[in-house]
Write a protein of this length. Structure first.
Length: 76
């Protein structure tokens, strides 16, 4: 699975709270929806500690929180 490969790669050489450093990048913008959909479809994210930590760092930022699918007008 792609998440496993990404977990291995990011856990090996990660610096900072995000995918590639101390600031969010396009990599984080791509990761967050992947994890959201994985959770939505029941994927066990327990083994992916690094990915979950990055997602949490992203979700703590206002820009990510405002664009979360649950906050969109058609989410109901």
């Amino acid at each position: 699975m792609g998440l496993k490969a990404l977990e291995i790669e990011l856990a090996r050489d990660r610096r900072g709270g995000f995918c590639v450093g101390a600031q969010p990048t396009i990599a984080d913008c791509c990761l967050v929806p992947q994890l959201f959909n994985a959770q939505r479809f029941g994927v066990d994210l327990g083994p992916y500690q690094t990915l979950r930590a990055i997602d949490a760092a992203c979700q703590a930022l206002l820009a990510f929180a405002r664009t979360h699918p649950a906050t969109q007008p058609d989410a109901k």
